[in-house]
Design a protein around this ligand. Structure first.
Ligand code: HEM
Length: 180
C-alpha cells in the first residue's frame, strides 16, 4: 500500500506544481512582459502559448482531482485523524473548503486558457482574473499544508480488538500448568 500512497502523493504534488506554478508564471512573468512590449504581441505566439498552457491545465487538474479523491478515500479508510493536535476536528472542514476552492481554481484556469466566449471575456481582464486565481491556488496549497500537519494513526494497529479478561478465561490466565 505504501507504493500506492507514494505514487498518489507524487502525482498530486506534480499536479500542484504544474497548475499553481503555471498560474504564477502567467500572472507574474507573462502579463508584465506583455505590458513591457510596445504594441500587440504576435497573434500566433499568443495562440500557441494559450494552447500549451491549456494542455498543462487539463493534465494537472485531472491528476489533482483523481489523486486527491483516491488519496482522501484511502486516508479515511486507513487512518484516524487525532482530535487533540491541530487541526483536530477542523480537518474535514479544511478539506471541504480546499475541495471547493480547488474547483474554482480548475474552472478559472480552464476558462483563462480556453477558447470559449467566456474565456475571451475573462481575458479582457486577464490580469485581474489571473491575480484572483493565483491567490486562490496559493490558498489551496496553504490549506493542504494544514491538512498535512494533522496527527494521524493507522486504523489497523490502533483499532485491533484488545484481549479483555473475562470470567471465562480468568482461570486460564491465573492457573499454573501443574495446578488443580
Ligand atoms: C488546485 C488544486 C489542488 C492543489 C494545488 C492541491 C495541493 C495539495 C498539496 C500541495 C498537498 C500536500 C501534498 C503532500 O505533502 O503530500 C495536498 C494534499 C492533499 N490533497 Fe490536494 N490539492 C488540490 C486539489 C485537491 C483535490 C481536488 C482533492 C480531493 C478531491 C485534494 C485532496 C488532497 C488530500 C486528501 C491531500 C492529503 C492531505 C493529508 O495528508 O492530510 N486536493 N494537496
Amino acid at each position: 500500500m505504501i507504493a500506492l500512497d507514494l505514487l498518489l502523493r507524487w502525482i498530486h504534488i506534480f499536479g500542484a506544481i504544474m497548475l499553481v506554478g503555471s498560474t504564477i508564471f502567467m500572472r507574474c512573468a507573462y502579463v508584465p512582459a506583455k505590458a513591457d512590449v510596445d504594441g500587440d504581441l504576435d497573434a500566433n505566439f499568443v495562440e500557441s502559448l494559450r494552447k500549451r498552457w491549456s494542455f498543462l491545465v487539463m493534465i494537472s487538474s485531472g491528476q489533482l482531482l483523481v489523486s486527491g479523491l483516491i488519496g482522501f478515500v484511502l486516508l479515511m479508510k486507513n487512518f484516524d485523524i487525532s482530535k487533540d493536535a491541530f487541526p483536530g476536528s477542523a480537518y474535514h472542514m479544511i478539506f471541504g473548503i480546499k475541495f471547493l476552492l480547488a474547483f474554482v481554481v480548475f474552472f478559472l484556469a480552464a476558462a483563462l486558457s480556453g477558447r470559449s466566449g467566456l474565456a475571451q471575456k475573462l481575458r479582457e481582464r486577464e490580469k485581474t482574473w489571473l491575480t484572483v486565481n493565483m491567490v486562490l491556488a496559493i490558498t489551496v496549497v496553504c490549506f493542504a499544508g494544514m491538512m498535512r500537519l494533522a496527527d494521524r494513526s493507522e486504523k489497523s494497529t490502533s483499532s485491533l480488538p484488545q484481549a479483555v479478561p473475562s470470567v471465562a478465561n480468568v482461570h486460564e490466565l491465573t492457573s499454573t500448568p501443574d495446578g488443580p
